[in-house]
Design a protein around this ligand. Sequence first.
Ligand SMILES: Nc1ncnc2c1ncn2[C@@H]1O[C@H](COP(=O)(O)OP(=O)(O)OP(=O)(O)O)[C@@H](O)[C@H]1O
Length: 937
Amino acid sequence: MSADVPHLPTEVRAAGLTLQQAAAVELRGSSVHLSSGAGCGKTHVLTARYLSHIKNDRSSVGQLVAITFTERAAREMRERIRGSFRKERDQSSTEHRTFWEDRLEELESAPINTIHSFCGNLLRQYPAEMGIDPQFEILDEVLSLNVRWEAIREELQSLLLEESDAGNSLRALTQLFGWYKIQNSVLHLIEELDQGAWSDFLNLSEAEYRARIASLKIQLLKRYCRFLLTSDPTSVKYLTILLKSRYEGNLLPVKVREAIEQLQALSSASNLQQAYEELHKTLLGPKEIIAQLVDPEEAENVKEALKGFRDSLKNKLDAFLENESGEWSFNDFEVAQQFVRVALAVNDGYSRRKKDRAVLDFNDLLVMARDLLKNHPDVREELAQKYSFILLDELQDTDPTQMELVRLICDTGLKYGKLFAVGDAKQSIYRFRGADVFLFNELRNEMPEPGQLDLSTNFRSQKPILDFVNTLFRKVFDSYVPLEAFDRPVLEYPNVEFLWSFPEVEAASEKVSVEETRQAEGRLIARRISELLQSKEERIWDSKTRTFRPVRAGDVTILFRSMSNVQLYEEALRYYGIDYYLIGGRAFFAQQEIYDVLNVLRIVENANDSIALAGLLRSPMAGLNDQSLFLLRQSSGDLWDCLFSESLPSLPPDQMEALKTIRTFLKHWSNIKDHVSIHDLLVRIIEDTGYDAALQFEFLGDRKLANLWKLVELARRFDQAGFFTLTDFIERLAELVENEPKEEQAATQPENADVVKLMTIHQSKGLEFPVVIIADYNRKKSSPVGQQVKWQRYFGCVSSPPQDEDPLPFSDQNWRLAAIADRMEDDQEELRVLYVACTRPRDLLILSAGFNKFNQERNPYVHMAKLDPNSWLLKLGQKFDIRTGEILQLVPEDLPISIRVISETDKGIAQAPYEKSRKIPGKLPDMSRYKPLDNLL
Ligand SMILES: Nc1ncnc2c1ncn2[C@@H]1O[C@H](COP(=O)(O)OP(=O)(O)OP(=O)(O)O)[C@@H](O)[C@H]1O
């Protein structure tokens, strides 16, 4: 590795980097921690740095490791590096061309990959050290879940009879929770396995545990009170009404400020209960306050808000106020330890199963690679010799094991020039996978000062979008560095739009479902896209021609927080005749085609499953209609008997034909099922029934077909794994259908097709699009229900008592406190997700939401508060009048932003002039087949 480079290589300056970027590319001698806002060229700089190691440090491709976190990002990074090499080759003199040709060839096998594949390769090089089979297979998410379930079932069964601590723990837990809940709880726990922390937790004495919780509780209360005042949508909504009401006299603000101060002082109160009661009294709202309000409507608002704020505080502070020493029949700490003991025993069984089958899951790859480096200094040394520079993208998404790995790979070079790490703390959005943004900041503080670098010039978005982002997030993130716009032409059209829709209601009291509001929103989005596509307005910047051009379908991307309701938006797009491409919808296992396959397999496996049989008969595989099914049912009690009886009911000829055909097939499939692989059986079923062709002609046919083939592929992987039978496959599939793990739906069109794209915000990370619509902006986050136990990083294991028992068998106080700690972190993460979304567009950002109805409030703050905001809308409404787009409470840093607000009722959407000019399909697709099966049975 070369030492300091004394002067700036001119090639780098010529590459068109900013001074900030060039500094990051050129620094040597110190490692670099490059922190940057979105779109400031992190990946761009990382690519330039890679190139500069080849050019200026004379490194070979094999000496450079580039690591990122997703396959997509790794592909993109390799592509960008390849592009930069090609450029070098094309600009080189003849004698240097071969140099770059060779580097390009080496690049194909260069270590530019995800951290998981880096670890996988490492383990294959040193299998003996870790005692693993070098030919190990990697279990993906779905298959590892299967093996985990198998371990849970079998290990719990044998533990139940075992005389051991774990056995005793399981028996005690079963009495408390019942068998079913234990299984799910154990699954939940082992997915969060943190072996070291678990052993520490088991070694804690009760006194140590209680002391730890007591100190945590005080720290938590302090943070929580601040959170309630600034970020909790419910309490902030009431506070907003109280503080922003128009009043005469000063009693209300005085009282509210007094309450705020009391709330802030709670965590240092010597007697918490007493301090809380004082606060409660302040908020009781003396009559004089109301009397000072001129406007009766305002008086009503204030009265409601005072009560709402009081009740919400009581509810939220409850967990802190309770006395721990209640009369409980069980001890919460013991229950938590019992869970950990059982989960550890099951996890041992899971590890054994993996070892026997020579398979590793994703987590094993990281943990084992970490242990390999930790426990084998010789391997560490070899690696240090082999790799001169480590380039790491998306540092903010590292989890503790990954960070340990990075430290071990860099070894003594960690601070001294070996590591080049880039990231953005504001874009850390993988907490649910264990990412911890704290690690990002911690590493920064360890770096020598010259290596702590920043980027703040954004090359992606038009200036007004950045002004909007800065205004919205300035107060949201600590030490926010505003994004500066790269100098380029700006449009006269507003680059930010609010798109608010609400269904038309007859009477003010009429209730509107969330689904209806989303449908109206979908229609307004589709209408707006259609308007943009028809418009001749030149609003998309083309960097090649350096001019603006009109919007094309492929410019538009709709981003979702969650894909659960995406079909409502898809329907609207189809209704408007807009082609689109759904990137990996999450609910793969919740699709009708998956149910259909499950039904047919169930019936082939077990003829007595009449629910599955009914499902099969009415699916396109058999093609019977409800009337025929009804007649079949009537003619005999049992559907199967009737299907195979001599005397069939009289059915129309086509239905009779369909019935006889499926009967023949069913006999045939049952005969071959034990002699062919699961994959072949499935393919045979599809071929016999022409199911693939039938799906093709349905609504969203392409995607259904792609999903079907994805399922066939899953069956092939089951066969390949070699240890699953058809019964296993059916059982696992049924579980997957029930639990809906995060499996993406199959892709149907190339991602670069010129059609509108729909994806989650997580999938959009690192990407950019000309037009971005953030849909479902006011979506409320649903909280998990029915969970019995969880691992919380500060509290350790906490368990929730069975809620149907009165009194509760053990205290749920720690469970609730741990939930509060998680809730606050989740809230921060939600805002980071919003930041990622708002920083994706280049030319136009549209925020869209469907509301019940707009209330008539004149005061913008009260208006917003009454919409019952989620955390996104809360932040938006604190800074903007969401009805007009005006900035509220200007501060000197705020720049004027022109925001276009479109708000429409359903009727308004339907009456839009351009809709009439569109060719609209006659009717929406017939979804009647999707009604639940139990209607029939
Ligand atoms: N010096 C530069 N000159 C011109 N364009 C640049 C420069 N640096 C970056 N860009 C462009 O800016 C855009 C954003 O760059 P890049 O994707 O590398 O940013 P990023 O920081 O990784 O973004 P994010 O954090 O949002 O993923 C890209 O289109 C990139 O080509």
